[in-house]
Ligand binder design. Structure first.
Ligand code: SAH
Length: 413
């Protein structure tokens, strides 16, 4: 069982070993004044924000660069640490703006090193706490993957997905998407001068977050503009400097937006396929009724920048007796013919009352062999963080989050 730490404001889950102090957000009153955040603004907008508080035109450019460096290269969490600018300007900034990250409600550490945060975003309704979504960090020996959410809730209702059982609350804005990455870097000590409070399970590498995947809650292609704006900020080489090729956007198949994702964001694409015929896919991934397989596969073939070095990842969840026969594996090979592809087999991660079972391991291996024999890489995604419900498709927030008793039953403890 993972360690749970929680902020005093939220008592949904029991606190266990308090080895990770949840600092962020701890001092933030529930109804913090509605300062405008500077996170998530592009450089032009940041300049306007500076002009607005009286920075002279001829100084704006220089101040934007200083702020950008402070925010995104150094990871400052308060204006007061921005010593390259005068105290007077720092005070004006702090009066008008904020650089707060999303608030941490709980932070959990799995026994395999996976970390999961329940985050609270700004409230849209005065007096009410903001909506919540989850973020997961998966460390490996020499690299680390951060999985962020694009929406609170989801509209897609995929039958096997826990997030799909909660309604869409809202899209996350660009600042909330960038803010997730910044917060993770705060907690993992992934800024040049900041160390993690707890290094348990972290990779042996210079950077803790070497890959970003939009595979948390939500459908990123239904929140395209915010994702695009956030990616530009995250990839800016004077700041966080992630490479576009290290960002993977996962879609259930919003066909009309796929081309734009490649052309305008330039990220890698993952497609949640899960079935090789329309009949089954209509049932498992209902968006298939709108954009059936033929259209989806064509959009994959047309994905900008596709090559053997830049393959599409096809995600395929292994559901016992549903989509895991050896004929299904052969159909999958047929379907992907001619597309530079990797196939990611995901053992189904159960959640309370989920209508499916995970295929047995021997069957998953036989399935993988057929795909490997056809010349495709088909890694089986080792489930990570299952003990803290952080694995694929297990993310869900607030109202119906599972109780400790349910979690124990699920894990057979
Ligand atoms: N909406 C996007 C982003 C979600 S990514 C998409 O559908 O691609 C999350 C990935 O985990 C998707 O491939 C999803 O189909 C898969 N998934 C969802 N529930 C799962 C579960 N219970 N077990 C394993 N994988 C699951």
């Amino acid at each position: 069982m993972g360690n749970v730490i929680e902020n005093a404001m939220n008592k949904h889950e029991p606190a266990m070993t308090h080895n990770i102090p949840a600092q962020n957000g701890q001092n933030m009153p529930e109804n913090a004044p509605a300062h405008t955040t500077l996170i998530g603004l592009d450089q032009g907008e940041l300049g306007e924000a500076l002009s607005h508080i009286g920075v002279k035109d001829k100084q704006v450019r220089m101040r934007v660069n200083q702020l950008w460096n402070g925010l995104y290269a150094r990871g400052l969490t308060q204006f007061d640490d921005l010593h390259t600018i005068s105290k007077d300007l720092r005070e004006k900034l702090a009066k008008a703006y904020t650089i707060e990250r999303p608030q941490i409600v709980t932070e959990q550490l799995s026994n395999d090193g996976t970390r999961k945060w329940l985050l609270r975003f700004k409230s849209d309704i005065p007096g009410k706490p903001g909506p919540e979504a989850e973020m997961v960090y998966i460390p490996e020996e020499t690299r680390g993957t951060l999985c962020i959410s694009s929406q609170v809730g989801c509209t897609l209702n995929c039958r096997f997905c826990h997030t799909g059982t909660m309604p869409l609350v809202r899209n996350l804005s660009a600042d909330e998407i960038v803010g997730q990455v910044m917060l993770a870097r705060d907690r993992l000590g992934d800024w040049p001068l900041i160390e993690a409070d707890n290094k348990e399970g972290l990779p042996d590498s210079k950077r803790m977050i070497t890959r970003l995947v939009l595979m948390g809650m939500g459908e990123p292609l239904y929140n395209f503009d915010h994702i695009k704006k956030a990616s530009a900020i995250l990839c800016d080489d004077a700041g966080i400097n992630l490479s576009h090729r290290r960002i993977t956007l996962s879609t259930a198949g919003v066909v009309p937006m796929m081309e734009r994702a490649g052309a305008e964001i330039g990220c890698m694409l993952a497609v949640s396929l899960h079935a090789t015929n329309d009949k089954l896919r209509d049932e498992l991934v209902p968006i298939n009724r709108k954009y059936p397989l033929e259209q989806l596969m064509q959009a994959c073939r047309d994905y900008p920048g596709l090559s053997n070095a830049r393959r599409i990842t096809f995600e395929y969840v292994m559901l016992d007796g549903i989509n895991d026969s050896l004929n299904d594996a052969k159909a999958l090979v047929q379907l992907l013919k001619g597309i530079p592809a990797k196939i990611n087999l995901i053992p189904f991660n159960p959640w309370p009352d989920s209508p499916y079972q995970c295929s047995d391991w021997a069957q998953i291996e036989r399935f993988a062999d057929i795909i490997n024999d056809a010349g495709y890489a088909s890694p089986i995604r080792r489930p990570r963080g299952r003990d803290i419900m952080a694995a694929c498709g297990q993310l869900k927030s607030q109202s119906e989050r599972i109780s400790n008793r349910e979690r124990k039953a699920l894990l057979g403890e």
